[in-house]
Design a protein around this ligand. Structure first.
Ligand code: DUC
Ligand code: ZN
Ligand code: ZN
Length: 488
């Protein structure tokens, strides 16, 4: 008679708080026990010499999403989640994108349908809001939050996505009232469009000009403005894909004033620079994302931000486009930097890159690695402790890492549908060799054994991250004192 369905025996188990030698026992879909010398499992995995970590939670990725330029991502819910699983990620949180004119219920229904039949790991959704009209604000967003989609990404740039300051405040007010998290793509639109129009008019169209237009100052200005708006209505806000020294400083500064502001960075800001975009011919297009990778000082600032808490999460911002007419090069060699699809892939290599160049290089500890790649995402976005931990009762989403395994990054190593990786040629040490999702082994030494559509939607609950700080700006306090508080 076996005590458990599966026992992972003799590994080094790491969570965001501790590292210890322990067995992990699984009953059904959940972790049933963690400790020494657990009883027998119907199936056993010998994990001696291996690290047993929570599967990664990637809270920022784009899957089967139509961009505002009308370009479809290269990955659907199957290829994207397969790729994620091979890299040790067991939960993804992609976006359901509302474009102007779209209604939120239709957008959500559409993405649910795409994911339901293809995803092999569990998924939650964020919304992108490009059309904050009356129906969206008063009915559709509160309903979406009720259904477990309690985070909205908004943009300060992109002609067809950006919201005015008034619209941003409208969305923030809804988020405050119904306890959702506002995620912001923060870059100054005027600076980017003014510079890019002039550069193109003057015949400067190569990929490298993309990095020039997205100035450091434009990120910093937009973060400062968004922080000021969030402070006005006292709503927590998360700045996605922070890339600059100045942007990180703007987050620190806002926090010092008491603003509840979270920051995210991504592999492209730790491992790439603008020099990659300056490669010969059109090659630089493979490294173009917004905001763009910067310089070594910015990379250092991102590393520091991750270790001292200025930045809270490390996500992939997987935005998959092929290096051909379907994505990066709609007009072939004649494509201007304004016409290239924006984004780089990263779902699969997010964890292995941080494992090798963060953990193995001594820049982050193992608990920090787990926190940055899994636990904090689950906590901030309201699916902890179901996801992001190895603890009794949690979903048995586990990646067993061989910390010695050496691999060269090549396009063939990666399972997405992008056809290239911006990290080719780097050597990794450490790879997730066995990956479990809700107790089921879905990747086993390079072999996939997951049925299409087995992934489930995770309806997220509220998290502490959405609780307002309680701090009022003087003008709001004055309204209170006059007995005329502003209704949000
Ligand atoms: N923003 C993202 O978050 N991803 C890809 C491109 C962009 O502008
Ligand atoms: Zn963005
Ligand atoms: Zn993104």
């Amino acid at each position: 008679m076996n005590d458990f369905d599966l026992v992972i025996r003799g590994g080094t188990v790491a969570t965001s708080t501790e590292v210890r030698e322990a067995d992990v026992a699984i009953l059904g879909e959940r972790v049933a026990a963690v400790g020494p010398s657990l009883g027998r499992g119907q199936r056993e995995i010998d994990a001696r010499g291996k690290l047993v970590l929570p599967g990664g939670v990637d809270s920022h990725c784009h899957i089967e999403q139509l961009s505002s330029f009308g370009v479809m991502c290269a990955d659907d819910f199957h290829t994207a989640t397969v790729s994620a699983a091979f890299g040790g990620t067991t939960t993804v949180m992609p976006f359901c994108a509302q474009h102007r004119g779209d209604s939120i219920p239709a957008v959500l229904a559409d993405y649910h349908e795409r994911a339901r039949t293809k995803a092999i790991i569990d998924y939650a959704f964020h919304l992108i809001i490009a059309n904050p009209d009356e129906a969206t604000l008063s009915h559709d967003l509160p309903a979406a939050i009720q259904e477990g989609v309690g985070s909205f990404k908004i943009f300060t740039t992109y002609e067809r996505m950006r919201l005015s300051d008034e619209q941003i405040l409208d969305v923030m007010a809804v988020a405050r009232k119904h306890r959702a998290l506002v995620m912001v793509h923060a870059e100054n639109h005027g600076v980017i469009s003014w510079l890019s129009n002039r550069l193109v008019d003057q015949g400067n169209t190569a990929p490298r000009y993309h990095a020039i237009c997205h100035t450091r100052g434009s990120e910093c200005e937009a973060i400062q403005r968004v922080a000021m708006l969030a402070e006005l209505v006292d709503v927590p806000v998360l700045i996605v894909h922070v890339s600059t020294v100045e942007g990180i400083e703007a987050i620190r500064e806002a926090r010092r004033r008491g603003v509840k502001i979270y920051g995210e960075t991504c592999p492209q800001y730790l491992f790439l620079t603008a020099q990659d975009i300056d490669r010969p011919g059109m090659e630089g297009a493979m490294f173009c994302c917004s905001p763009p990778p910067r310089d070594e000082a910015a990379q250092e600032a991102c590393w520091r931000g991750l270790s001292d808490g200025a930045l809270d999460v490390y996500s992939s911002d997987h935005a998959p486009y092929r290096y051909d007419e379907s994505g990066k090069l709609p007009k072939g060699e004649r494509t201007t930097f304004k016409e290239m699809a924006n984004g780089v892939p990263g779902l699969e290599l997010r964890l292995p890159l941080l494992f090798t160049f963060g953990y193995r290089a001594g820049r982050v500890s193992l608990p920090e690695f787990v926190d940055l790649t899994a636990t904090r995402h689950a906590k901030i976005y309201g699916c902890y402790p179901q996801k992001g931990d190895i603890a009794v009762g949690a979903d048995a989403d586990i990646a067993i890492w061989d910390p010695e395994r050496r691999l060269m990054i090549t396009p063939e190593l990666v399972h997405d549908n992008v056809g290239y990786t911006p990290y080719a040629g780097r050597e990794l040490q450490g790879w997730p060799v066995i990956v479990l999702s809700r107790g089921e082994i879905i990747v086993h030494h390079g072999k996939l054994s997951a049925e299409r559509g087995r992934g489930r939607f995770i309806a997220r609950g509220q998290s502490d991250a959405t609780v307002p700080s309680g701090k009022k700006v003087p003008e709001m306090a004055q309204l209170d004192a006059w007995g005329t508080p502003l209704r949000l």
